[in-house]
Write a protein of this length. Sequence first.
Length: 342
Amino acid sequence: MTVDKVLITGGTGSFGKTMLRDLLKTDVSEVRVLSRDEEKQDALRNELRDSRVRFYVGDIRDRESVDRAVSGADCVFHAAALKQVPSCEFFPMEAVKTNIIGSENVLRASVAANVRSLVCLSTDKAVFPVNAMGMSKAMMEKLAQALARSIGPEAATTISMVRYGNVMYSRGSAIPLFIRQIKAQKPITVTEPTMTRFLMPLRDSVALVHHAFEHARQGDLFIRKAPASTIADLVTALKELFDRPDHPVEVIGWRHAEKLYETLASAQELASSEDMGDYFRIRMDDRDLNYQAYFSEGDQVTKTWDDYHSHNTEQLDVEGVKSLLMSLPEVRAEVESWKASS
């Protein structure tokens, strides 16, 4: 599907900027960036110097600013969110205002503006959530599916979602922190070495969104399959890449509301999924408000599935993690500059 005008909410974040640069490689006529950080917008404007990019200062918590940005857009990629687990734990109502109420504003504004496709970004933390961030993202998914169900498959707007795990080298993630600690010759601080986490480069998360845009039916949720590793193997891989095999590691204990492993899809969801090779398509539960069906009709298929999580996906060893890390331009540049200065 060709698009002319695209809106990215949270377009100055890690995902938003990668998506923006990817879109600018196409013949799109306009990409709108909606965010509340004018300093980041100004830096991005000066960096890109592309007349097709339009910057909208606003907040998804404010429906009027969302309406302005959405009007006339062909598709919307909804990436704006509060994503840091500790921040959301200490300020859960802020997560509610942005991730739930703000997302509802984007959903309603997109349908009102007859946007052709709206793709909402979610997280593995929305599955069996144990923290405020995951809970707010799970509610975002429910809002999206509820609206998709109510407008139906014939509506002008197709609403879909994507769910992925940790994006490697994204802002606030562990990898850039560990690299800074190595370069500063400070101990690498880890919470629990046996924890496993999905490892997904930004390029794969962008490909996931494109996949949703091209293949979505009303209410679909897409998951990209991804490998994982233990935190211990991730740290060892970084130490070896930076030729610091004896660099100290300090185990600081679990942070607020952390999990031993992350789940991308539950067994119940996989029972209604379609395996698309590199992706799962999870179909929306499209039952109507006949509540009898919820109480009288069971589903025996789920018992044949396991949850899809970072403990049972493909496990990378240290060499596998090193190879994946070195496929990231940011990590490669950090390693090369470190070795050049050593």
